[in-house]
Design a protein around this ligand. Structure first.
Ligand SMILES: Cc1cc2nc3c(=O)[nH]c(=O)nc-3n(C[C@H](O)[C@H](O)[C@H](O)COP(=O)(O)OP(=O)(O)OC[C@H]3O[C@@H](n4cnc5c(N)ncnc54)[C@H](O)[C@@H]3O)c2cc1C
Length: 364
């Protein structure tokens, strides 16, 4: 078989590259995907009760990147979903991120926005050099809120103390001295009206794009000739683990369908200190599907399983740097995406990266 471009992986990185090559350059492209579906981790499907679920965990689209939003809007319409999260602490459901209402409810106070700033400033700990996720939280909110909200959630999520994780983990959680309880304040948010899989099918809907499912690229790549390989699989696998296996954190998703229209007050409820799961998502509250039953998803983080989150520690970053050196020597292979770059990307981030890479490396 002969293709100018071969892409490994039909996630958002691979599909965006394929769509650009097929539409913009009018060139043939083959996507090889080891799973039995496209979409990568954004794949969603209807369960036996007819409820739309996210098979690899809840995915909420949000971005400030206008170009990315308009790019994806060619393939889907959006509902006007705004994400909200509650956290179960000391028997109360409090809004996340930390807002005026969070502090007032947790400490039974009635502070104003101005007073909240003072409240947090008085508790924040002065740390000379903020190096870890624990330092970030302590320097923003002090000991008590750190212990109640961040510490145990992070330990459940990563299996290690926040002291061992770099600043990227906790600094992603915004703290607001106002009453805005939306989880994200990005300009564009929403859920694809007909789901992510439909959006991905629309991206791949081009006669120039051929997709081979259920196939690990190593089984077939020797029989295919190409000019450029675009690789979105794991970097260590590409190099047969010559510098060792990179570590990922995984999650076991346990879905339950309940015979009620509604299960919880918010789309997501976090459980930092109780139970073994980190959070419960109720899918209908994301997708706005109407149904007399409801499906929820409990997340149990674990070490084994699908590689979801690159491990944010110095040790693994250094290990990946060895692969990065090899990657930089490659002439005919482009590495892109969450697995190939050993880097957590949100959906908008990976699409931005693919659009930029297409312009810089392919559409020259
Ligand atoms: C639990 C979870 C929740 C998330 N929630 C959000 C969210 O709310 N909002 C948000 O913006 N982002 C979220 N994300 C991030 C989002 O999933 C990623 O940004 C996006 O999926 C990255 O796309 P990708 O193409 O890089 O990787 P992937 O989606 O992982 O695609 C890579 C593809 O390559 C295939 N592949 C791997 N190895 C091979 C091989 N050897 N041969 C053939 N195929 C191979 C895989 O099967 C996979 O389909 C979440 C991620 C996770 C894990």
């Amino acid at each position: 078989m002969k293709f100018e471009y071969v892409i490994v992986g039909a996630g958002l990185a691979g599909l965006t590259m394929a769509e650009r090559i097929a539409n913009e350059l009018n060139k043939a492209v083959l996507i090889i995907e080891k799973r039995n579906h496209i979409g990568g981790n954004v794949f969603d499907s209807y369960n036996n009760d007819g409820i739309l679920i996210h098979n690899y965990g809840p995915h909420i689209f949000h971005t400030n990147d206008k170009e990315v939003y308009h790019y994806l809007s060619k393939f889907t319409k959006w509902n006007d979903f705004w994400h909200r999260v509650l956290t179960y602490v000391d028997g109360n459901l409090i809004p996340m991120p930390i807002t005026v209402e969070t502090v007032n409810k947790l400490y039974n106070l009635d502070l104003s926005s101005y007073e909240i700033e003072e409240f947090l400033e008085n508790r924040a700990i002065d740390i000379d050099e903020v190096k870890t996720s624990r330092d970030v939280a302590l320097s923003k909110v002090g000991h008590d809120l750190y212990e109640k909200i961040f510490k145990n959630y992070t330990i459940k999520q990563w299996g290690v103390d926040p002291m061992e994780l770099d600043t990227s983990v906790i600094s992603r959680i915004p703290i607001r001295a106002n009453r805005d309880t939306r989880y994200f304040n990005d300009k564009y948010q929403g859920m694809p009206t007909h789901g992510y899989t439909k959006m991905c099918e629309n991206m791949a809907n081009n006669k120039n794009i051929k997709i081979m499912l259920n196939t690990d690229y190593k089984e077939v790549i020797e029989h295919i000739s190409y000019k450029k390989l675009i690789y979105t699989g794991p970097a260590d696998y590409f190099y047969d683990y010559k510098h060792g296996k990179l570590a990922y954190r995984s999650i076991e998703f346990v879905n339950e369908t309940h015979n009620n229209e509604s299960y919880q007050e918010a789309p997501v409820v976090n459980y930092p200190n109780d139970y073994d799961y980190t959070r419960i998502t109720e899918f209908k509250k994301l997708t706005w599907q109407e149904h007399n039953k409801t499906t929820i998803c409990k997340e149990f983080p674990c070490d084994k399983g699908e590689p979801y989150y690159p491990f944010p520690t110095k040790e693994y970053k250094e290990q990946f740097a060895l692969y990065q050196n090899e990657i930089e020597q490659e002439k005919d292979v482009l590495f892109i995406g969450r697995l190939a770059e050993y880097r957590y990307y949100n959906m908008d981030g990976v699409i931005r990266r693919a659009l930029d890479m297409f312009n810089a490396e392919i559409n020259k």
